[in-house]
Design a protein around this ligand. Structure first.
Ligand SMILES: Cc1cc2nc3c(=O)[nH]c(=O)nc-3n(C[C@H](O)[C@H](O)[C@H](O)COP(=O)(O)OP(=O)(O)OC[C@H]3O[C@@H](n4cnc5c(N)ncnc54)[C@H](O)[C@@H]3O)c2cc1C
Length: 476
């Protein structure tokens, strides 16, 4: 028998986006039903951001021990005990999981239904024996790994982000297909934990990023022992003779074969709505199967919204969280809030990290925008010297009037530093605001202040200034 309930908001999917909508709306007094067919917390907690950063942290720890001689220390590092590394990753997830748990959400008064949901009407969703009639429905169903149609791939065992964190022994030779953020992070984590790693990328490593910044990351991965094959596509995949899997690459000198013990497919994400029965709610998708959403995140059914990866924009947890705010304003408060992706920062958590906010230099050039570039190197920062983490720089892109348009940071803690540029861009600040900032010494934030200050250097140390100072000193 089906139970019928009426709520203000019905949310499908308990990942970053759905949970943020459910937590916010319920604590503001709305009645909320939340469907989740898998594990609470979605991709970010279980198979995405959290395990990847935990695995990277283990890799960085091994790297620091191995390179302790830089600090006058000699440490020996035993080969990674993969079982214990996996336990470390699991325990990080377990430490965060209570924040996303059924119990916590039921504590907010949310009706959590652990089942696959589908539309049965314009505002009706059903699953797990419960039919929910809602004033508004929010699709927060996320994305899944995209598996390219390479001949033979379907016939070999391969890993994705959904299975790679579950390995119980160290992969001897990991082949990574894809050099975006996910492929880059996982290639470095495995290399630093003692695996042989070969990364194959059809275009360029971190191809969406500033090429100079990506180069800093590329050199670091190579120092870690990652073999990077860029501009090469994989023609076929097969079981190898001695190896578990063999890739046939379309190399510059013709076809060549690279064998490995494991294959990780990190070739992008796909968004699908299979089984949701969108047509029952009159929800349109475009030719590529993506939801048609407006700036207010409304689908073609004005009572149904989409958030997070499902909405088709940038695929980040912080974007999903921001989307939740937009939907809450639109549904609970009837405010015409819009999603704005222009100032969304992104970070690749390699060592060094690569962070971007606003357009890159290449994007500004392409759009014909007039701009100026300011930069400062980590090597000129005392904290970076003290910690022997000299690789990296920041680059700021300014309009002719000094307004900050975009910024890149590559280097240690770039993911933290980028927020300073992000705030400046969001507040439409001019570079003087950062040049005049007093920042604690010695911190890497000085890299930003010094880059900002360099805007004034030609004026400040000009012959004209010198003449003015000499003149004034006569009367001092
Ligand atoms: C390896 C990896 C690393 C990443 N690292 C970062 C990072 O460092 N920083 C960052 O910002 N982002 C990162 N991301 C991206 C981030 O994980 C996603 O952008 C984020 O999880 C999107 O949240 P979401 O709520 O849209 O979807 P999800 O987290 O995917 O949640 C969707 C949920 O919906 C459920 N669901 C789907 N269909 C149904 C249905 N019909 N009925 C019921 N439930 C359903 C699913 O089971 C899932 O739990 C990473 C992703 C990966 C794969």
């Amino acid at each position: 028998m089906t139970e019928a309930i009426d709520v203000d908001l019905c949310v499908i999917g308990a990942g970053a986006g759905g949970l943020s909508v459910a937590a916010g709306a319920s604590q503001m007094g709305a009645t909320v039903a939340l469907f989740e067919r898998g594990v609470m917390g979605g991709d970010c907690l279980n198979v995405g951001c959290v395990p990847s950063k935990a695995l990277l942290a283990a890799g960085h720890a091994a790297h620091h021990a191995r390179t302790g001689h830089r600090f006058g220390l000699d440490m020996s590092v035993a080969p990674a005990d993969w079982h214990r590394v996996r336990e470390h990753v699991r325990s990080v997830i377990a430490a965060i999981a209570p924040m996303d748990s059924v119990e916590r959400y039921e504590g907010f008064g949310v009706r959590v239904i652990q089942a696959d949901a589908r539309f049965v009407g314009a505002r009706e969703v059903e699953g797990g024996g419960v039919r929910v009639k809602a004033k508004f429905v929010v699709i927060a169903t996320g994305s899944a790994p995209s598996v390219p149609p390479i001949p033979g791939l379907a016939d070999v065992p391969y890993l994705t982000n959904e299975s790679v964190f579950e390995l119980d022994s160290r992969p001897e030779h990991l082949l990574v297909l894809g050099g975006g953020a996910i492929g880059t992070e996982l290639a470095q984590a495995h290399a630093r934990l003692g695996c042989k790693v070969t990364l194959v990328e059809a275009a360029r490593l971190l191809g969406a990023e500033d090429p100079e910044a990506a180069e800093v990351v590329r050199l670091s991965l190579q120092r870690d022992g990652v073999t990077i094959r860029e501009g090469i596509s994989v023609k076929a995949v097969a079981r190898g003779d001695a190896d578990a899997v063999a890739l046939t690459l379309d190399g510059p000198d013709g076809a060549e074969t690279v064998g490995g013990s494991h294959l990780l497919v990190a070739a992008g994400r796909k968004v699908t709505f299979e089984g949701l029965d969108l047509d029952r709610a009159g929800i349109e998708t475009d030719k590529r199967g993506r939801l048609v959403v407006d700036a207010r995140l409304r689908t073609s059914n004005r009572r149904v919204f989409a958030v997070g990866d499902a909405a088709g924009g940038p695929q980040f947890t912080h974007v999903a969280g921001a989307h939740a705010g937009v939907v809450i304003k639109n549904t609970l408060f009837r405010l015409p809030a819009k999603a704005d992706h222009s100032g969304v920062p992104r970070v690749t958590y390699s060592a060094p990290e690569l962070a971007q906010v606003g357009p890159t230099e290449a994007e500004l050039r392409e759009s014909g925008t007039r701009f100026e570039v300011l930069r400062w190197a980590y090597a000129e920062n005392d904290r970076a010297q003290a910690e022997r983490a000299l690789d990296g720089f920041t680059k700021a892109l300014l309009a002719p009037n000094g307004r900050i348009l975009g910024a890149t940071v590559v280097g240690e803690a770039a993911g933290e530093l980028i927020s300073v540029w992000g705030l400046a861009i969001a507040q439409r600040l001019k570079i003087g605001a950062l040049a005049g900032l007093t920042v604690p010494y010695p911190t890497r934030t000085e890299v930003i202040r010094r880059a900002a200050g360099s805007w004034y250097v030609p004026k400040l140390f000009s012959d004209r200034t010198k003449a003015v100072v000499r003149f004034l000193m006569r009367f001092a």
